[in-house]
Structures are given as C-alpha cells and as structure tokens.
Design a protein. Structure first.
Length: 197
C-alpha cells in the first residue's frame, strides 16, 4: 500500500512538472502582435507585415513560457494554430519549441522579438487566394504582391522546416536578430513575431 501511495505521489509530481497538467501554465495574457515575413524584394515589404495577430502568452513561475497564435490566413489559406513552449535562459532570451516549430526570442520582460521557424503547416492555395482577394478590395497589384509573399513564405517552410529539438537544448549565447527583413545568405527564419505589450 505504501508503495502504491508513493508511486501515485511521484506520478502526480512528475505529471505537473513536465507540463501535462491541464492548468499547468497560469497567468494567461492576450496580446496583439505584428508578424513579418522575410521577403526577397523591397517591393514586397508593404505586403509582408501582418499587424493584427492575436497571441496568448501563459507563464508558469518566472521562467517557463507558452505561446499560442494562429498564422494569418493570407499566408496559408487554412488555420494553422502554433503552440510553442520553453524556458528563459540566464540572459533573458527564450527558445520555444513544439510540434509546430521553434522560436528564438530576444531578451524581454516576458517575451521579446521572436525569430520563427515552422514545420507541419497546412496550405490551401485556392482558399489563400480567396482570402487575399477579399482583403485587397480588387487591387490587382496588391493581390499579386500578397500572393508572392505567401508563396515565398510557403517555399521557406517547405524547403527548410524547423528541426526537431530536444527538450533540454540551450539557446546559443550571443545570437542576434536580423537587422533587415530581406531573405538572403543563410537566413533560415520563416518570420518574425513581435508581441506588442
């Protein structure tokens, strides 16, 4: 009987420590974020910003963070809900990871500017075109620009998906965020998420 009680206490403790308990992440906060897609041409920059992304941020204690948000439909055509979690490093930066990809976030009080990498995203080209046409108000140039941004985003994700990360990985010290949003060189990010507090 004592062994069963000990095992039950151990299992409950382990269950909550690894984040499987339903309410393990508390302090949920809703924020608005700006999402930016790296583009290959300066003429596409005006179509690469998405300013009304809703982000849910949950914290457990001081260092553990979980984020949830949906990618803009203009990029994928279908809902892709992204869920990532991780722990703050000693310098305040955060590496988040999950089934949907990973994020390398700059130091901030809660969550700074994040370089995003995705995997397992779903795309629907016809639905994406319809979404873009509906928000572009019949502007042929805008439709073409937004479609190019979406196609470049999809190409980045499919050609270079996020790697599977072990749960104990440490964020590399001294990493820097890109100063520009143009693709080039060996940049592998799929986008930048910046939460507005």
């Amino acid at each position: 009987m004592k062994t069963k009680i000990f095992l039950m206490i151990f299992a409950c403790s382990l269950y909550s420590q690894i984040g499987l308990a339903k309410n393990s992440f508390k302090d949920q906060q809703s924020h608005r974020a700006v999402y930016l897609v790296p583009v290959s041409k300066a003429s596409l920059i005006k179509y690469s910003y998405f300013t009304n992304v809703a982000v849910e941020i949950r914290q457990r204690g001081v260092n553990e963070i979980k984020i949830e948000y949906s990618l803009p439909l203009e990029l994928t055509g279908v809902e892709n809900k992204v869920e990532l979690s991780g722990t703050k490093n000693s310098d305040g930066s955060v590496l988040l990871y999950g089934n949907d990809g990973s994020a390398n976030c700059a130091p901030a009080e809660v969550l700074g500017r994040c370089e995003m990498k995705y995997k397992n995203l779903q795309f629907d080209h016809e639905a994406r075109r319809q979404v873009i046409e509906s928000i572009s108000g019949g502007d042929v140039e805008e439709v073409a620009g937004r479609l190019l941004v979406a196609e470049e985003f999809e190409g980045l994700v499919k050609e270079n998906p996020a790697a599977v990360l072990p749960s104990n990985i440490e964020n590399p010290q001294g990493s820097t965020l890109p100063g520009e949003i143009f693709r080039g060189g060996d940049s592998e990010i799929h986008g930048i998420l910046e939460v507005l507090f």
